[in-house]
Design a protein around this ligand. Sequence first.
Ligand SMILES: C[S@@+](CC[C@H](N)C(=O)[O-])C[C@H]1O[C@@H](n2cnc3c(N)ncnc32)[C@H](O)[C@@H]1O
Length: 224
Amino acid sequence: MTAPRVVAAEFDSWAEAGRGESMADGHGDMTAQALDRVDFDSDDRALDLGCGIGWGAREMLARGCGWAAGVDLSAAMLARAPAGAGAGYAVSRAEALPFVGGTFTRVLTVEALYYCLDLPAALRELRRVCADGARVVCLLDLYADNPGAHGWVDALDVDVHLLSAAQWAEAFRNAGFAGAETDAIVDRRPLTSAEEFEPSRWFADYASYRGYRELGGLLIDAVA
Ligand SMILES: C[S@@+](CC[C@H](N)C(=O)[O-])C[C@H]1O[C@@H](n2cnc3c(N)ncnc32)[C@H](O)[C@@H]1O
């Protein structure tokens, strides 16, 4: 497995290349659909785990939660996260979170958990910082049931976990979550046409890209 400092350095380089901002754009529609399932009010304390530049934390504030924290392994990502009223950020590994138990009532985590080197520890830690009954929405584009994205496993310069929807739900329950349902969320942005498509390290051919977009991302909707 990749060492944590190597993962941090990889995402620091993504941040320096402007990918924090492009991920905010690329993940925004599916995240909005996931957050539409959750109610927020001023008593809610929200966590965005693996927050990148922190746009998810700010989105939960905009939806009405009282305060929000973003945590990320990459200091360079968080250097691009504007702290504002109600939002704070911490450089930390998901496997050892800097919060007392039961802190959060709402959690968002987007495209982050499959990078956690010790996934059982990260999920146990997430459960520890959740209040009983807290709602967790987790979005993942890379999962075993969507073969269009499997090329990312080799394209990425860090190790990842490639689990099915059923395995993710089981991992949440094994970490102490009371329930974990899964669903697919399809990005509503228009598909790139076959004529416009250009092969990349992420999608070698149009069939992979199209298959990935049509099956959509995996939502894990869990209750602590
Ligand atoms: C693909 S990016 C997604 C960022 C953000 N959620 C978004 O959608 O824009 C994955 C993020 O997870 C962070 N990450 C990876 N492993 C982590 C870990 N073990 N603990 C905390 N953050 C981690 C990375 O630094 C990176 O910013």
